[in-house]
Design a protein around this ligand. Structure first.
Ligand SMILES: Cc1cc2nc3c(=O)[nH]c(=O)nc-3n(C[C@H](O)[C@H](O)[C@H](O)COP(=O)(O)OP(=O)(O)OC[C@H]3O[C@@H](n4cnc5c(N)ncnc54)[C@H](O)[C@@H]3O)c2cc1C
Length: 200
């Protein structure tokens, strides 16, 4: 039981966690507490590019999670309708600093569970459709004015994970606070006839 009193998910066997940020290491140690026998943390770049705070990574190391750098996921291997493993290819950095994925160097790992901790994306077709007039970045998140949290549609505001700027709860909450002020200002101007300086 965790603090919120809901039951923990039950895992077993081998768990692969994809990513090397705080969330990935959090998922890795949580997977052990949920019953995983072994946890592999796979990430695309090397140890020098890890974005997580060192304590999160140290904790995962102490708890015997295994780290596999320079690997990019290619395909989930299924057997009898269940996850059975993951195919990955090796990544390499060129002298210019670009990252290449070498499809000729393939690794197959057996796994019972795969946890993606890459970051947030907008996947739901209905949500994407509903947001249609809003301009998106190449990462599939809305373009946001970081001062006002306004998107390309002046009446649509975004913040937190979906805006792709915040990485933590505190930053997401601040996005919400900033957006709420500008929503208030927008409504004053649009609905109540205030000028942009906040006066009637
Ligand atoms: C495993 C993990 C560990 C993390 N650890 C930390 C940490 O230690 N410290 C830290 O600061 N941050 C941590 N984070 C990051 C932090 O949780 C997020 O940055 C933060 O929660 C983002 O807030 P948000 O409001 O943008 O999104 P969320 O908190 O994800 O809130 C979005 C809400 O929208 C709801 N929703 C989704 N779709 C719909 C829909 N169609 N209709 C209605 N509602 C919908 C969801 O159910 C959810 O309640 C962690 C994240 C993960 C995944």
């Amino acid at each position: 039981m965790c603090q919120c009193r809901s039951s923990l998910p039950e895992l077993r066997g081998v768990v692969i966690v994809l990513g090397a940020g705080d969330t990935a290491f959090d998922c890795a140690t949580s997977a052990l507490r949920c019953g995983a026998r072994r946890v592999f943390v796979c990430f695309r770049k090397g140890f020098t590019n890890i974005r997580a705070v060192p304590e999160e990574m140290e904790l995962a190391k102490e708890e015997k999670c295994e780290f596999l750098p320079f690997l990019s996921p290619r395909e989930v291997i299924m057997k009898n309708g269940r996850v059975a493993g993951l195919q990955l290819c090796r990544t390499e950095q060129t002298e210019e600093g670009d990252w290449l994925e070498d499809e000729e160097q393939i690794v197959r790992l057996k796994a019972d569970y795969i946890i993606s901790a890459f970051g947030s994306m907008l996947n739901e077709p209905q949500v994407k459709e509903a947001m249609a007039p809003v301009k998106m970045t190449r990462w599939g998140t809305p373009e946001v004015n970081t001062d006002t949290m306004q998107t390309s549609e002046p009446w649509v505001f975004a913040g937190g994970d979906i805006a792709g700027l915040a990485n933590t709860t505190v930053e997401s909450t601040n996005d919400g606070k900033q957006a709420s002020w500008h929503i208030h200002r927008y409504m004053q101007v649009k609905c109540l006839g205030f000028n942009t300086q906040g006066f009637k």
